[in-house]
Design a protein around this ligand. Structure first.
Ligand code: F3S
Length: 760
């Protein structure tokens, strides 16, 4: 199947696992005697024990062994604190940490990076030392965004990657499955345990035709989000197939896979194609593409497998229009031809305040070339930028290549600000001074997510996501009442100017190869690593060692007070907001002061965000203050959630914080996959209403009990008993998603407690 070919140019002593994957796939074929989809082939070839594995999509849990783990700086602190507390000497799987989330976007790459290195010195030093101690590769601030760096250096066709970030399905562009997980899932993998994943179904999306003119791969996923909504991919891998897949570059496919997180998908995948071959060659990995070709049976769906997709949709790339999604949700999709009308009809602010290109979704070399082609047209026609225009490159490899090829000069020549190779404004790290908090305004970006306040912490910012090309054209129009494919702009001399469709190469003639200790620290050999000590100051307000959560006790589900009843969308950004709170991602007590501050409370008259009423006293205060008062008084409490509670990111703090402040149960209409797992792992009991109308009946002063938790069994419903303030009482049935193996996580207090008790 393959000789001993290094999995990465940076990990010469770890080899492509094709022989093992092929052997496992043969066992799977004996068990499932039918054609397999590509998703099934990649996923099932990573099973730990095919023989004993129940493979029932939508029902069973798969026990898997991924090929690698990746964490970004904002989640790595908590993941590594958990790993340290497990008492293991070295990571069992290749692992990397990437410093990308903590760097602000403000003045430009150099000053912003310098400021980040000062502001976050303690956290960066902790992560660097913890990486060195436990055999982890460490990518320093400025090296690039996690998914881009993974794509350039570690992704390989047929692989399985877990990352503590919901956009890990970016690996789809490499015919690889990337799956976003919480930190404790990552800890399971790093410590060599089997990793559990609810067995996903597969949604097939047939692509026909070819992108043309202004349309881009971003429009595929923006359009799909409009078709199936933010929950349409839940419990599924989105598998693209059909002739259209052969027309896309590897990074274009990565864009689609990346934003599959916005339809709630478990992952996404594209079949192996020549484009992947070209990308591997361009990034000096022809040995991997040669090995891939020798294992092509693993990297393409079986003939006849289309009949085994859970559902099939079709997108005709010939007819796909540029698409703009938003505001406030990534599935509110508008073709560019009807967008101006939607802006008028909804009275969204028509004047833009900023345009931003970048993020892990759209910051490839190809993206930048096309953006620069438009900037050049505008400059040649004497058309100036109308709003601030910010660009970030996905990695130092992309940035230095773009610099070498004159792309950055072109962009700076029209007045764009080049930000650092990091997440920056995409994740609320935008130190914005041009618009005050509370001012109504509109922004457009090539990012993936546009929840309330996501980019600048301002609830009144209407954020729209689109392709980099469309975001660029709008930077020159300054108005959303514009269709760059048909409309003209006036230049400095009052003459009409119309953009031609963007153009550009998918890959450079030659990538730059930035290397060196300023961006990357390789894993240390174990002989050197064990002598490294990792220190955390007791006085630190950024880092705090974790204490194990207490085991389940009978009061945890008896007469619980309700902190709040969530109304509407409640993403992990609403449960644990980002922005300035990133400073406390490694300090559970401090970050818990943001708990649910973005969530709307249905119990309060105006559904105020982040506010709750204390039971008995009736005092209204912020959610973290009320929650902490319950914790201090030893009163266990619960949350009533709405649909898709915990949508969005893998942010584990959204589970750790309520657990730390004394929440024991969350009952919702439905949960997002990663968040539900995070809750279970941290010892909170997530339950869903069997009858959704029960949500409406719950009142602020009700007391909630869940009966017979000690008798809990896989697949068996639980009874919820509600005691009302007037003495009334009613019951309703609840569902849970625990497997038999997961129930001890609840009983021992957390998945980590369970692992420790078993290993003892
Ligand atoms: Fe970073 Fe935004 Fe991607 S936060 S990992 S650039 S989604």
């Amino acid at each position: 199947y393959s000789a001993r070919i290094p999995i990465s140019n940076l990990e010469k002593d770890i080899f492509l696992p094709y022989a093992q994957l092929q052997n496992t796939l043969n066992l799977v074929r004996r068990k499932i005697n039918r054609p397999l989809t590509l998703s099934e082939k990649i996923l099932y070839s990573h099973l730990c024990d095919v023989e004993s594995q129940d493979i029932s999509p939508g029902k069973s849990f798969l026990k898997l062994r991924p090929d690698r783990v990746a964490c970004h700086d904002a989640n790595a602190t908590m993941a590594m604190l958990q790993f340290m507390s497990a008492g293991i000497d070295r990571v069992a799987l290749p692992t990397t940490i990437h410093c990308d989330h903590l760097t602000m976007a403000e003045k430009g790459a150099s000053p912003d990076l310098a400021a980040a290195r000062v502001k976050h010195r303690e956290v960066f030093q902790f992560l660097e030392s913890v990486a060195a101690r436990y055999g982890i590769g460490f990518w320093k601030p400025g090296s690039g965004i996690i998914h881009t760096v993974l794509f350039e250096n570690y992704a390989f066709p047929g692989g399985l990657l877990v990352g503590t970030d919901s956009h890990t399905p970016n690996a789809a562009g490499m015919a690889m499955l990337g799956i976003g997980v919480g930190g404790s899932d990552a800890v399971d993998c790093m410590s060599g345990q089997q990793w559990e994943l609810p067995c996903p179904k597969v949604l097939g999306v047939r692509l026909i035709g070819q992108l043309n003119g202004w349309s881009s791969s971003k429009d595929i996923i923006c359009h799909l989000a409009g078709m199936i909504s933010v929950t349409g991919g839940k419990g599924k891998i989105v598998e693209f197939f059909g002739p259209g897949t052969k027309t896309l570059s590897a990074t274009a496919m990565a864009t689609v896979g990346n934003m599959s997180a916005e339809v709630g998908a478990t992952s996404c995948v594209f079949p192996y194609s020549d484009a992947i071959n070209r990308y591997l060659a361009a990034t000096n990995r022809s040995t991997i593409s040669d090995a891939s070709k020798g294992n092509i049976n693993l990297l393409l769906a079986d003939e006849g497998s289309e009949g085994y997709y859970d559902n099939v949709l079709e997108i005709d790339l010939d007819k796909l229009e540029p698409t703009i999604n938003g505001p406030y949700t990534p599935d509110l999709s508008h073709p560019v031809s009807t967008f101006a009308r939607a802006v008028r009809e909804n009275a969204w602010p028509v004047n833009l305040s900023a345009s931003l290109v970048g993020s892990c979704t759209n910051s490839s070399y190809e993206d930048l070339v096309k953006v620069a082609s438009l900037a050049k047209q505008a400059k040649d026609a004497n058309v100036a930028l109308k709003v601030p225009f910010y660009i970030s490159c996905g990695s130092e490899k992309v940035r230095s290549t773009a610099e070498k090829d004159g792309i950055l000069d072109t962009l700076q020549g029209v007045g764009a600000t080049i930000l650092s190779n990091s997440c920056g404004a995409c994740v609320g790290q935008w130190n914005r001074t041009d618009v005050k908090k509370g001012d109504t305004n509109s922004i457009i970006s090539s990012y993936n997510r546009n929840f309330v306040g996501r980019q600048d912490g301002n609830e009144r910012t209407h954020s729209f996501v689109t392709s980099p090309e469309i975001a660029t054209a709008f930077a020159f129009s300054g108005s959303l009442d514009f269709n760059p494919t048909t409309d003209s702009l006036l230049n400095g001399m009052g003459r009409q100017f119309q953009f031609q469709a963007p153009a550009g190469e998918e890959l450079p003639e030659e990538f730059s190869y930035p290397r060196g200790s300023d961006i990357y620290q390789a894993p240390l050999p174990i002989t050197e690593a064990t002598s490294i000590s990792v220190n955390i100051s007791k006085q630190s307000d950024r880092l705090q060692l974790l204490k194990p959560f207490p085991a389940w006790n009978e009061n945890n589900a008896k007469d619980l007070v309700i902190l709040l009843k969530v109304k509407g969308k409640c993403t992990t950004d609403h449960i644990s907001p980002a922005g300035p709170w990133y400073d406390y991602r490694g300090h559970l007590d401090n970050i818990s002061n943001n708990l649910l501050t973005g969530a709307e409370n249905a119990f309060l008259p105006s559904h105020e965000r982040g506010m709750a009423q204390r039971t008995l006293t009736g005092v209204i205060d912020s959610t973290p203050i009320i929650a902490r008062s319950y914790k201090d008084a030893g009163i266990p409490w619960c949350i009533i959630g709405y649909s898709n509670y915990g949508e969005g990111s893998s942010r584990e703090h959204a589970a750790l914080e309520p657990r730390y402040l004394g929440c024991t149960v969350i009952i919702a209409i439905s949960f997002a996959r990663i968040h539900e797992t995070n809750l279970k792992k941290q010892g909170i009991l997530p339950l869903t209403f069997a009858d959704h109308t029960a949500y409406d009946r719950i009142k602020a002063d009700d007391k909630v009990s869940i009966l017979d938790i000690p008798g809990m069994e896989e697949g068996k419903q639980l009874v919820m008993k509600i005691r009302q303030a007037d003495g009334g009482c009613w019951e309703t049935m609840l569902n849970h998603s625990y497997s038999r193996e997961q129930i001890p996580w609840l009983m021992t207090g957390s998945a980590l407690n369970h692992v420790k008790s078993v290993s003892k």
